[in-house]
Design a protein around this ligand. Structure first.
Ligand code: DON
Length: 423
């Protein structure tokens, strides 16, 4: 544990502990009985390490935080094309329980509002509602890293009072969006909303999304990176209902809230956040949860739009190791901008050198675009009569089978230098 990170988290919790604004949801009668003072805050890093503070072990119902996970499940099971015919990806500008569809397509605007979430449930493959729900619960449990369960009282409470969702489901049936029996679909939807989680479960589910679909604790893949990318995009634009714009500017992470008082936020490739505090604002978002996330984002620099990786720092050092032979040591995470910077520097230097050697042993991570660009360096240097080599000791950065056509790769700088001299 980092004492400093734990201290940050404890301080952020303490800073918001006295806030009592907002009201606990009561349109589902059973939700009105939760303790409004509960306040849990959890953070799970992409290597599975968890920081938690306050009531992080208190269970509450997931409610609408289920929506991105069911959306991810159906994207994974039936594919984006099939899902897109039934559910859009545009913000609705309406409350979460609006009885509406898109004017032109006659399908729900997105999967983060009730109409879209109910449509998503209807797409889960399964012979009957029980099989659909089992599949859903298995999926959520893999994301949370433990077996989850349903709060039967909350489930029954919503089932007996959920007229509005019934109206939505029947409306969807009339537009041909729901194929099955609306009441059977709703039963699965009510159950999914009543799944019990803690703020630490939510942090784990969020960090599974942050890790591109792999639960960082168990190492089990729950979904593909493409499904995560789509799910996070819709969370970013639609996850916080009518407060999505404010959230995007002040917190800046894909997120989802639920009327149970939970919020998840995802910082891709870095971490997942889970917060629990039941009193809600008029948009249906947890008041303290929102403010705690604003503080976390500001104090820990978590906004996705903040420029954290300055591509200029990609080149750690350069050395001339023989006349006309220059080594460029690259480091950190290499994406498009970093690779572009490295190639531009090499090409700019090419008048004064004959051979450029990119030393990659300190590169932590790289994507296929950057790989392709590094592999292409040789071709662009060849045009000027020069040569470009890569040094990748264990083929960790440029593994065989990934895009590296045309690259000449050596295990050591010495061997690259020998090749340069032979040349
Ligand atoms: O459909 C409903 O009304 C609830 N079970 C879930 C709504 C919800 O959590 C909205 N989010 N803020």
């Amino acid at each position: 544990m980092s004492v400093l990170v734990q201290k940050y988290l404890d301080e952020i919790r303490a800073e918001h502990a006295d806030i009592t604004d907002g009201a606990v949801a009561h349109y589902i009668p059973e939700l009105a009985s939760v303790d409004p003072s509960s306040f849990g805050l959890s953070l799970e890093l992409s290597d599975g390490y968890v920081y938690e503070t306050g009531d992080s072990a208190v269970e509450f119902t997931i409610q609408s935080i289920s929506k991105p996970f069911t959306y991810a499940l159906v994207l994974d099971q039936v594919g984006a094309d099939a899902v897109d015919t039934k559910i859009g990806v545009e913000p609705s500008g309406e409350p979460f329980n609006e009885i509406s569809v898109d004017n032109q397509t006659k399908t729900p605007k997105n999967a983060m509002i009730n109409a879209g979430a109910i449509a998503a449930v209807s797409l889960i493959p399964g012979a009957d509602p029980a099989e659909r729900f089992d599949r859903l619960l298995d999926f959520y449990s893999v994301c949370a890293g433990r077996r989850l369960d349903v709060d039967e009282e909350v489930y029954r409470s919503e089932k007996t009072t959920g007229s509005r969702n019934r109206a939505i489901a029947y409306m969807l049936q009339s537009f041909g969006v729901l194929d099955g029996d609306p009441d059977e679909v709703l039963d699965v939807y009510f159950r999914q909303c009543a799944i019990k989680v803690t703020s630490s479960d939510l942090a784990c589910m969020a960090s599974t999304l942050a890790r591109g679909g792999v639960n960082p604790g168990s190492g089990i893949r729950a979904m593909s990176p493409a499904v995560v990318q789509r799910t996070l995009s819709v969370m970013m634009t639609c996850g916080m209902y009518d407060a999505t714009g404010m959230w995007a500017t002040t917190v800046g992470m894909p997120a989802k809230s639920g009327v149970g008082g939970g919020i998840i936020a995802v910082l891709p490739s870095q971490l997942g956040i889970g917060v629990y505090s039941p009193p809600l604002d008029r948009n249906g978002n947890s008041v303290r949860g929102l403010r705690a996330c604003q503080s976390l984002s500001a104090q820990l620099g978590l906004h996705v739009m903040s420029v954290t990786r300055e591509s200029r720092s990609t080149i750690r050092a350069t050395h001339d190791i023989a006349p006309g032979v220059r080594v460029y040591e690259l480091h950190g995470d290499l994406l498009f901008a970093g690779a572009e910077r490295a190639l531009r520097t090499v090409e700019h230097d090419s008048d004064g050198i004959d051979v450029a050697i990119l030393e990659l042993s300190r590169v932590d991570d790289i994507n296929d675009v950057a790989r392709r660009m590094l592999a292409g360096m040789r071709e662009s240097l060849e045009r000027a009569g020069k040569e470009g080599y890569l040094v990748d000791p264990d083929r960790r950065v440029m593994p065989t089978g990934r895009p590296s056509a045309g690259a000449v790769i050596f295990p050591t700088v010495d061997e690259a230098l020998r090749a340069a001299r032979d040349r």
